[in-house]
Design a protein. Structure first.
Lengths: 302, 263
């Protein structure tokens, strides 16, 4: 403690462990898959709608799991509604300057838009006579509105968690303002890899799948830049990584960023298997990076 | 609003009797749980170890013994919530469970807290933790109930050496300044006040006299508000959103070009 590199070393642990890791990973995938699906819908052609449909089908179940995880992680789950309504006054509870408060509202709001897109997808796929529901997806005007608002909320859900870490005073977390940026970039990277893997599993081939592979490759390069900036911005607090979680982070970066980039560069024109392995590594690496970030303050406690 | 009330803690007269800890536990009916620990800490006479949800006062024992063991100093400091004027815990609480009282103290309303634990991490001093009985975050209330009844907090009333002094913060600062002068005159030139001025989180309503670096007492030398990264963190995140948006748009547009070429 005498030679602590930062004042954050004097703070206490909020006891956020595996449930938070699960939330960070599933939240990233839920937000990222919706965002990419909306982008496919907003920029694409009818032949790609099944790929966007896959994304919408993934998003909603993940959000349902996230809701349960977030409530269970509270020490008093029976009071989860205090995040939305002030219990003494019964007025709406919202603090725009508190990421946890904005996130508490963003998750169910995002869930609302994800549900609309989910219903629209079901209507298009299985219930063609649900005419109004089909209008909830682009190119219908209402569907375009749903996709745009949903995509904005999806990005908020993927990014606010990182901002929340930066404003919680814990070692490493609060020694840089860049975790939000890292989380939003890695969330879309992981989600592009997940959708590409799903398309591969379903044996779908289209320019949109190739675009997804290019997206995760480009975003891995961005992630490297963000990570370099993050380490520089940590200053003396970078010492906080000199422990087992630093090793986990290094492994996560190696298998989740470096190896997939090498695989992408060495891919054969018709060889899809290598890209699938690379996409799976992106997901595994993303999980390890988030795990290391959640746990790193614990070993730097006083 | 009533006058700001607080504590001035002077470790130079603390004898480590822990009467403050006992009085705090007794008045606030805090359980004698110790996280089911069955071993002694091995850290001098300190077996409380830290402030948490059931220990709202904690007497730290600091042993500074020379390597040749010819000389040494044994210092005690009764640590407590600082009731910061700019309180990080209050700032991040998403349920308004943490309030500022009419005495300018910071109190967690146990019936509102849902145990999200954000305040635990946000406190620059590591004061707050979950009380395993109520399953809510808890800390020193500066005996809000006693203050409302015109009484002195239990810990300062129990302190036999006036190491913990309770009163209006303005008067405490004058008293603390006189004590520092007294120590300087007696040759203890290292005596300084910690948190008495507004530079530290707008001022700590529970402030300390230290005769060594803050880190020696387990106190951060420059505690910061958790919100310091809010604006830059948000801006960088928006930049990240812009980047993923552009990367997605360019690649999906490339797809349309591919298709057009193929058609």
């Amino acid at each position: 403690m005498i030679d602590a590199p930062s004042s954050t070393w004097f703070t206490a642990s909020p006891h956020w462990y595996w449930l938070i890791v699960v939330y960070f990973v599933l939240g990233a995938l839920a937000g990222g898959t919706y965002f990419l699906s909306a982008m496919i819908d907003l920029t694409g052609r009818s032949s790609d709608r099944r790929l966007a449909r896959l994304g919408y089908y993934i998003t909603l179940p993940l959000l349902l799991v996230i809701g349960v995880v977030l409530i269970v992680d509270l020490s008093r789950p029976d009071r989860f509604w205090h995040l939305f309504i002030e219990n003494h006054t019964l007025r709406p509870m919202f603090k725009y300057w508190v990421p946890m408060s904005t996130g508490s509202w963003a998750v169910p709001l995002f869930g609302f838009f994800a549900t609309l897109s989910f219903v629209a997808t079901i209507a298009e796929h299985h219930r063609p006579h649900w005419r109004f529901a089909r209008r909830l997806r682009p190119p219908a005007l209402l569907g375009t509105l749903v996709a745009v608002l949903g995509a904005i909320l999806a990005l908020h859900v993927t990014g606010y968690t990182g901002v929340m870490l930066s404003v919680l005073n814990r070692p490493v977390w609060s020694d840089t303002p860049l975790f939000g940026m890292l989380f939003i970039v890695s969330a879309v990277t992981m989600s592009a890899a997940l959708l590409a893997l799903g398309a591969r599993w379903l044996r779908w081939q289209s320019p949109a799948v190739a675009a997804l592979n290019r997206i995760w490759m480009w975003l891995l390069v961005v992630q490297i830049l963000v990570l370099v900036a993050l380490f520089i911005s940590l200053g003396p607090a970078v010492r906080g990584w000199l422990n087992v979680w630093g090793i986990v982070l290094a492994i996560g970066i190696t298998i989740g960023i470096v190896l997939p980039l090498i695989a992408f560069r060495r891919r054969r024109p018709q060889g899809k298997g290598g890209l699938s392995v690379a996409a799976a590594l992106v997901l595994a690496g993303g999980f390890l990076v988030r795990t290391a970030i959640v746990f790193v303050p614990v070993v730097n406690a006083p | 609003m009533a006058e700001a009330m607080g504590f001035f803690t002077d470790p130079t007269v603390c004898i480590g009797c822990k009467a403050c800890e006992v009085a705090c536990k007794q008045w606030n009916q805090l359980p004698a749980l110790d996280d089911a620990r069955k071993t002694l800490s091995g850290d001098s006479y300190d077996n409380t170890r830290k402030l948490d949800g059931t220990h709202w006062r904690h007497v730290k024992f600091i042993e500074q013994i020379d390597e040749d063991r010819r000389d040494g100093r044994w210092t005690m400091l009764s640590d407590v919530c600082k009731h910061c004027v700019q309180a990080g815990c209050l700032e991040v609480c998403p349920t308004n469970a943490i309030i500022r009282t009419e005495f300018d103290t910071v109190v967690i309303q146990s019936d509102t807290c849902n145990g999200c634990k954000a305040c635990i991490a946000a406190c620059p001093f590591g004061v707050i933790d979950i009380n395993p009985v109520s399953n809510t975050a808890q800390k020193c209330t500066l005996c809000y109930d006693r203050l409302q009844a015109g009484m002195e907090p239990a810990c300062s009333q129990a302190c036999p050496t006036d190491s913990i002094v309770f009163g209006p913060v303005r008067e405490l600062k004058e008293r603390a300044a006189r004590r520092v002068d007294q120590l300087h005159a007696a040759g203890e030139k290292r005596a300084v006040l910690y948190g008495a001025d507004e530079k530290m989180l707008g001022g700590l309503n529970a402030f300390f006299l230290l005769v060594d670096r803050p880190e020696v007492y387990g106190l951060p030398p420059d505690p910061k508000m958790p919100s310091r990264h809010l604006v830059p963190g948000t801006l960088f995140t928006m930049l990240g959103a812009l980047i993923v948006g552009l990367v997605s748009i360019f690649n999906f547009r490339d797809r349309r070009a591919d298709e057009a070429g193929r058609d």
